[in-house]
Write a protein that binds this ligand. Structure first.
Ligand code: HAM
Length: 423
């Protein structure tokens, strides 16, 4: 029996890689433009790192982590997200002492044991950014504007930015008791999950996907109404910054996020072009996490983008044309080695060139060149090799022209520059 890939874990096939590369290169370029440095963190860490950061009673930690025992019995977990690992690395390597503020970004695979569906995978990729060392609301704005520009540069359709504030832990404590008082008399009418969340993680009742639970909390007090003055001011500054940058947003008072480390601003961007899994990027402030993991009090803010979802949405126009390809058809005792030399020379001058070494007739070479979508085939048999020339065949109109070997790189460059117009 053939061994197949694991459910919810996908290969990214060659025909999809051009898009993936555009999506990843845009992330690198934009993050660097915004002053972020790349960091690569391990794909697995000690389980307690995630349990302590994301929160014991979250769905991710309770149900979705890939956890296994190392040979010495240590519990390890494949990273379900990047923030916890970046904070661990930030502390472990004293990144705070070199600069008082650090702006880091990462791209890589994450792992969550969720029910696979369109846009939801068990191994998926995130582009994420994390800023440490400032509680200035303008940094929230900067991070959101990076996310917004990333999506608009890639021309993702029908975007909505939702923002909320979940305040400080004190604000939240106060709010949670108000919410519990409101929910308690009707608790039996809520879904089983929410009945459990009522005790373990009451805020999550607000973003339950079951419509009945949503209706039941429609008139519940909102977090925004309970915010302290400081939190309210912070949120107002964030909104003013977004207005200044003309980034449209909608306040969504149920946006509490599924990870426990957040405080103050939370945000997400959705696209109505996706199905149920329509959040492409999300994040927020997490001013308490660095301290929680044993560091000094350090405010922080960041986001992560689901790159599979971005890939689904990127229009093909953004990808651009693939670079023109030239194929060398070298045959005969003298033609083959001359062909190999020319192949290497063209590649060294930056012209994408390929050759099918299995082909032993001109017909076979041309068939190969057609399959590869080549613009031109450079034919070099023994006769041409003897005369130090090649025949360049335009694969579109089949016209051929003889060119001295020494002139081929320059001639091809001119030709490619003029969109294939050599003859
Ligand atoms: P998150 O909301 O858990 O946040 O994930 C961010 C994004 O990753 C989601 O909006 C979604 O696009 C993508 N994503 C999550 N799970 C899956 C999945 N199973 N399949 C495909 N895509 C998925 C975080 O991970 C935080 N670390 C974000 C953050 C960074 N907050 C502060 N800094």
């Amino acid at each position: 029996m053939k061994i197949r890939a694991i459910k919810g874990i996908k290969d990214i096939l060659p025909e999809h890689m051009t898009k993936w590369n555009v999506v990843e290169q845009s992330a690198h370029r934009l993050a660097r433009c915004f002053g972020f440095s790349e960091i690569r963190i391990p794909t697995f860490e000690q389980t307690q790192l995630f349990a302590r950061s994301i929160g014991e009673s979250t769905d991710v930690v309770e149900k979705e982590m890939y956890t296994f025992q190392d040979r010495d019995g240590t519990s390890l977990t494949l990273r379900p997200e990047g923030t916890a690992g970046v904070v661990r690395a930030y502390l472990e390597h004293n990144l705070a002492t070199q600069f008082s503020m650090r702006k880091l970004y990462y791209i890589g695979p994450m792992f969550r044991h969720e029910r696979p569906q369109a846009g939801r995978f068990r191994q998926f990729h995130q582009f994420g950014v994390e800023v440490f060392g400032t509680e200035d609301p303008y940094m929230d704005v900067e991070v959101i504007s990076l996310l917004w520009q990333y999506f608009t540069d890639l021309q993702l359709p029908e975007l909505t930015l939702y923002i909320n504030s979940i305040g400080t832990p004190d604000d939240r404590q106060q709010y949670i008791s108000q919410l519990q008082t409101y929910v308690k008399p009707q608790l039996q009418q809520f879904c089983e999950n929410c009945q459990r969340r009522f005790h373990t993680n009451p805020l999550r009742i607000l973003d339950c996907k079951v419509p009945r639970c949503n209706t039941l909390t429609e008139k519940a007090p909102t977090l925004l109404e309970t915010l302290s003055d400081t939190s309210r001011k912070h949120f107002t500054h964030v909104q003013n910054g977004l207005k200044l940058l003309e980034i449209p947003y909608t306040i969504h008072h149920r946006l509490v996020r599924g990870l426990d480390y957040y405080s103050q601003t939370t945000f997400e961007i959705t696209s109505s072009h996706l199905g149920a899994q329509n959040t492409i990027g999300a994040g927020g402030r997490y001013d308490g996490l660095v301290k929680n993991l044993g560091g000094p009090p350090t405010p922080a803010v960041g986001f992560a983008v689901g790159l599979e979802r971005v890939n689904i949405l990127v229009p093909s126009a953004v990808i651009g044309d693939t670079p023109p390809l030239v194929v060398i058809a070298g045959f005969g005792e003298k033609g083959r080695p001359k062909g190999l030399k020319l192949l290497t020379r063209l590649r060294q001058t930056g012209i994408c060139t390929d050759a099918d070494f299995r082909a032993n007739s001109l017909k076979a070479h041309l068939r190969s060149a057609d399959k590869l979508g080549a613009l031109a085939t450079i034919i070099i048999g023994d006769e041409e090799a003897q005369k130090e020339v090649v025949i360049i065949r335009n694969m579109q109109d089949k016209k051929q022209v003889e060119v001295p070997i020494a002139l081929v790189p320059d001639q091809l460059k001119i030709w490619i520059h003029q969109n294939g117009n050599i003859f």
